[in-house]
Design a protein around this ligand. Structure first.
Ligand SMILES: [Zn+2]
Length: 464
C-alpha cells in the first residue's frame, strides 16, 4: 500500500520541504529561452555552437539555433558568456546513505562496509527518505539531472515507499533500482512489490521523471547453489518485467571481482538492460564479452579510490561503447560532485600512464553526460541537447575566481579542471528550473540540513 504524501509528511514530523514536492515535474505549456550561450550539445552530429539559443517547450528541447525569438510569455534566461550543456548523468549512486558521510575513518572499525552495515540496520523509513532526498538535492546543486539510485537498503515496503517518495520529492530525474538489505543468503528482493509497482508505474512516475529497475547482487559465495537459485529468480523477474538492472563487480580481496565478472559471463547474464558497476581491473576478454552482450559499464572513480578498488583507468575501458560515470553515493564519495569526479578521473589517467596527453578533457564531459545516458539506455531521451529530448540542462557561469583568465573558446578543460558545483548557475529538469541564479528553487536548506543531522543522530543512538 502506498503511503500518501500527507501521511508521510506526518511521519516525518512535518516536512518543511513541501516546495519541492512538485519541483521537477514536466513543465507542460511553459516555454523557456536560454539565450546566447556557448552551447555544448554533446551530440556527435551537432557539436558546440557559440552564441546560440535553446528553446524549451513542454519540458523538451524545441529548437537550438542562433537568434530565436522568445515566444509570448516565455521565461528568458540570459546565458551570454556562459556555457550551456546537458545535465550530468549519475549512472550509479546510493542516496540512502548520504547522511553517513564523515563517519568513515579508514580504520578497521570505521571502514565503509562495517560502519554502513552496522548503522543501516537501525534505519527507520524516514532515514531512508532523508538520505535519498539529500542525494537528489546535492545532485541538482552539482548540475546532475539524472541519477540511478541503487536502492539496496530496502528492509521492508515502508522503506521502499520512503525511497520512492524521496525521489518523487527530489528535484531530479531518477531511476529507482529496487534492492534489499540482505541479512542471509536466503533473502530475496520483494519481487511481488516490484511487480505491483511496475504494473501501476504510470501512477508513480511523476510525469515520466521516475523509472524503475532492480538493484541486483551476486551471491556472497559464488559457489552457493541455493543463493544462486534466489539470485536467478530476481534476474529472471527483471527480464520478465522488462526492468533494467545493475550489479556490482568489485572487491578488495584479490580475485573476487574477476570471479564475479567470470560468473556473469559463464551464466550468460550480461544483456543490454544490465549495467556492470566498477569492474576496475576487468580483463580485456571480460570487457569484450560485456561489449558483445551490449551491456553498460559504470565507473565510480571517487568511491573506487576511496575504498581501494584500484585505479579508475579510462584506457582499460576504451572498447566499451556504453560507458558512464557514477557518484556511488555521497556517503562514500564525500559529496555528489561530478566536477570533482571528472577531475579525479582525468588526473588518475595522466598519472597512471605518465602521459598528460593520455586523456582529453572533452572525453570526461562526454562520459559525464551522453556516456552515462548510453550506459543506462536513456540516450534517446537525455544526455545531449537535441530537439525532442528532455530539457535536462545546466548553465555554468564563467565569472568566478576559480575560472578567471578564461577568454573564450573550447571550455572543456576549464569545466574539467577548474569548475565546481557553485559555478552551476541554472539547472533545468524536464523544462522546470530547479536551480536559478546559483540557488536551488523551493529547497528549505536549513530544514534539510537539520533533518540530515537529526537522522544520523537518531540512527547512531539506536545503534548504541
Ligand atoms: Zn555502488
Amino acid at each position: 500500500m502506498e503511503m500518501s504524501r500527507r501521511e508521510f509528511g506526518t511521519v516525518l514530523g512535518g516536512a518543511a520541504l513541501s516546495g519541492m514536492a512538485h519541483g521537477a515535474a514536466a513543465a507542460t505549456g511553459v516555454a523557456t529561452l536560454v539565450r546566447g550561450g556557448y552551447v555544448m550539445t554533446m551530440d556527435p552530429g551537432r557539436g558546440d555552437l557559440a552564441g546560440t539559443d535553446v528553446l524549451v517547450r513542454d519540458g523538451r528541447i524545441a529548437e537550438i539555433s542562433a537568434g530565436l525569438a522568445a515566444p509570448a510569455g516565455a521565461e528568458v534566461v540570459e546565458a551570454a558568456g556562459m556555457v550551456v550543456l546537458p545535465g550530468f548523468v549519475d549512472a550509479h549512486t546510493h542516496g540512502s546513505i548520504s547522511q553517513m558521510r564523515g563517519l568513515y575513518g579508514n580504520t578497521a572499525e570505521a571502514a565503509f562496509f562495517p560502519t554502513t552495515n552496522r548503522l543501516s540496520a537501525h534505519y527507520a523509513p524516514e532515514d531512508t527518505y532523508t538520505g535519498m532526498l539529500l542525494s537528489g538535492v546535492e545532485s541538482a546543486a552539482s548540475g546532475i539531472t539524472t541519477s540511478a539510485d541503487f536502492f539496496d537498503l530496502v528492509r521492508n515496503r515502508d522503506h521502499a515507499e520512503a525511497g520512492l517518495n524521496a525521489l518523487r520529492d527530489a528535484p531530479i530525474r531518477a531511476r529507482l533500482l529496487y534492492g534489499m538489505r540482505s541479512k542471509t543468503a536466503a533473502d530475496m528482493i520483494d519481487l511481488d512489490h516490484v511487480e505491483e509497482w511496475q504494473r501501476g508505474w504510470t501512477g508513480h512516475a511523476a510525469d515520466g521523471r521516475l523509472s524503475l529497475g532492480l538493484a541486483w547482487r551476486l551471491p556472497q559465495a559464488l559457489d552457493d547453489a541455493a543463493a544462486w537459485a534466489i539470485k536467478m529468480r530476481e534476474w529472471e523477474a527483471a527480464r520478465r518485467l522488462r526492468l533494467p538492472l545493475q550489479v556490482h563487480v568489485s572487491g578488495t580481496v584479490p580475485g573476487r571481482a574477476e570471479a564475479m565478472f567470470d560468473a556473469l559471463i559463464a551464466r550468460r547474464l550480461l544483456h543490454p538492460d544490465l549495467q556492470v558497476i566498477h569492474a576496475t581491473d576487468a580483463r580485456p576478454n571480460q570487457l569484450a564479452a560485456l561489449e558483445e552482450a551490449g551491456a553498460g559499464l559504470v565507473m565510480t572513480p571517487l568511491s573506487e579510490h576511496r575504498v581501494g578498488y584500484g585505479l579508475t583507468r579510462l584506457d582499460r575501458f576504451a572498447g566499451v561503447s556504453r560507458l558512464g560515470f557514477g557518484i556511488d553515493g555521497s556517503g562514500l564519495a564525500g559529496f555528489t560532485d561530478m566536477f570533482a569526479l571528472m577531475r579525479l578521473a582525468a588526473l588518475t589517467m595522466a598519472g597512471a600512464t605518465r602521459d598528460e596527453k593520455a586523456v582529453r578533457p572533452r572525453q570526461l564531459l562526454e562520459l559525464a553526460t551522453i556516456g552515462g545516458a548510453r550506459a543506462l539506455g536513456l540516450d534517446a531521451e537525455l544526455g545531449s541537447l537535441v530537439p525532442g529530448r528532455w530539457a535536462d540542462l545546466q548553465v555554468v557561469r564563467l565569472d568566478a575566481l576559480n575560472l578567471a583568465g578564461f577568454d573564450g573558446g573550447d571550455p572543456c578543460s576549464l569545466l574539467v579542471y577548474s569548475a565546481r558545483p557553485e559555478d552551476v548557475a541554472l539547472v533545468m529538469v524536464g523544462g522546470r528550473v530547479v536551480k536559478r541564479d546559483g540557488h536551488l528553487v523551493g529547497v528549505d536548506m536549513t530544514a534539510l540540513l537539520d533533518r540530515a543531522r537529526r537522522s544520523i543522530r537518531s540512527v547512531r543512538a539506536r545503534a548504541g
